[in-house]
Design a protein around this ligand. Structure first.
Ligand SMILES: Cc1cc2nc3c(=O)[nH]c(=O)nc-3n(C[C@H](O)[C@H](O)[C@H](O)COP(=O)(O)OP(=O)(O)OC[C@H]3O[C@@H](n4cnc5c(N)ncnc54)[C@H](O)[C@@H]3O)c2cc1C
Length: 411
């Protein structure tokens, strides 16, 4: 039997390959890039910094992570629960574990009238979401998260000062246009688990899945040009025969490979800048820093090497700065404004931080559940985060489900 051809070795393609491998079915995983991982990659600089291609975290409660990943072998290190929030007047306040302990939130966040009501709402939401299954939270009718929060009676102050900085960072979108079903899922995941970094960078996650596959079943530098009856054709003209084709590519690539079926995808974009600092600006407190100032470009800051020391060479601190959405500036002007904001936030010491690298990620997160224009042709299967919601938990879930269904159909 010819192998199943899986196009794309991100988390979805890797999960699909793992499921087929477990079922003893032949497969060939074709990846255009020089390594597996897709949007989860980590670059090691010559001087020993580990730079994730965009700031992201591994949530320990993700159901598919618990199912498919041996978490302990990644030697994960946890962010401290809670965050330091920068308020519009430049002062900072600590949110001590806002989702697990809503009643402990500082009164400064809330309007004098709304404060107690907002705290109770937060506690009520925790109680409502906690017992539900992740799948149940992702079903039903959704609206934008902003509309959902407003309909729930939350004060504008708590939306601006808590939900936008915190969940705007998760959605890479401070307008909170993300679907409320995704918000409810992520909210629950933050309550249930911890935000982690693998000791050697986020790429350790896909690398672990790849390590469980036979090496000769993964081909790197193998971009697929087209899907053809009975297989695929690579960019170099080579034709490959397959018993089925799984497209585990990003939504916009799907549009190119299957123009009849795919729907256009509007992506959230983000920019991540890394700096080398001589000392930890966070003094090793392990908190993520969030900015609630509305017109700022710097939206969150963290010090990954305070969490996982191997992110920086000994004696240095890695600073990660994220800015979400389209900034519309030339790179030099953008970096100048970011540096000015960092100086305002962290003081003159920020001027001494050495820029390491900037990642502009135009295709970071797809919207919730992109509906295909029509089903894919017979023998072609589709998986990836664009099918459900923008998280690698979804990529893992859809990849595994596709692999299991395919294996059953080939039995
Ligand atoms: C900056 C950033 C932060 C994020 N933060 C989080 C987070 O904190 N938590 C979370 O859960 N998720 C986060 N995500 C989302 C998460 O990374 C994605 O949901 C997940 O990795 C998507 O996996 P995938 O396999 O569906 O797609 P991808 O990872 O995009 O994989 C698709 C693969 O297909 C390959 N490919 C494309 N075209 C071809 C072709 N023609 N031939 C062969 N191969 C091809 C690509 O090279 C790629 O390897 C973040 C993403 C970004 C970018």
């Amino acid at each position: 039997m010819p192998p199943v051809l899986i196009v794309g070795a991100g988390m979805a393609g890797l999960a699909c390959a793992s499921a087929l491998h477990r079922a003893g079915k032949p497969f060939l995983l074709l990846e255009a890039a020089d390594a597996v991982g897709g949007r989860i990659r980590t670059d090691l600089t010559p001087d020993g910094f580990r730079l994730d291609r965009g700031f992201q975290v591994l949530l320990s409660a993700y159901p598919e992570v618990r199912r498919q990943v041996r978490l302990e072998t990644l030697r994960p290190r946890a962010f401290r629960s809670g965050a330091v929030l920068r308020l519009p007047d430049g002062t900072q306040t600590l949110l001590p574990d806002p989702l697990r302990n809503p009643l402990a939130l500082p009164g400064a966040l809330f309007s004098p009238i709304g404060s107690f009501a907002d705290k109770l709402r937060l506690a009520g939401l925790v109680l409502e979401l906690l017992p539900r299954s992740a799948d149940a939270l992702l079903q039903g009718q959704g609206s934008s998260t902003l509309a959902y929060l407003r309909a729930g009676g939350w004060s504008e102050r708590v939306i601006e000062r808590f939900f936008i900085p915190f969940f705007g960072g998760v959605f890479l979108d401070r307008s909170l246009s993300a679907d409320s079903r995704f918000f409810r899922f992520v909210f629950q995941q933050f309550v249930l688990g911890r935000a982690l970094l693998p000791s050697l960078g986020m790429q350790a996650l896909p690398a672990q899945l790849a390590a469980g596959l036979p090496g000769d079943c993964v081909r790197l530098h193998a971009p697929v040009r087209s899907v053809e009856p009975g297989g695929v054709r690579l960019q170099n003209g080579e034709a490959l025969e397959g018993s089925a084709v799984v497209l585990a590519v990003e939504g916009h690539v799907l549009d190119a490979l299957l123009p009849e079926s795919a729907a256009p995808v509007a992506w959230q974009r983000t920019t991540c800048l890394y700096f080398d600092a001589p000392v930890s600006p966070g003094k090793g407190d392990g908190y993520l820093r969030l900015n609630s100032t509305p017109a700022s470009l710097v939206h969150n800051v963290c010090f990954p090497s305070d969490i996982a020391p191997d992110y920086a060479p000994p004696g240095r601190t890695l600073v990660s700065v994220s800015s979400h959405g389209a900034h519309g500036l030339e790179p030099a002007a953008f970096e100048k404004r970011v540096c000015a904001e960092l100086k305002e936030w962290f003081g003159p010491a920020a001027q001494e931080w050495r820029p390491l690298r900037t990642y502009e990620i135009a295709h970071a997160l797809p919207p919730f559940a992109t509906i295909p224009r029509r089903p894919p042709p017979k023998g072609v299967w589709i998986c990836g985060d664009h099918v459900g919601y923008p998280s690698f938990n979804c990529a893992l879930a859809t990849g595994r489900a596709t692999g299991e269904r395919l294996a059953a159909s080939l039995a």
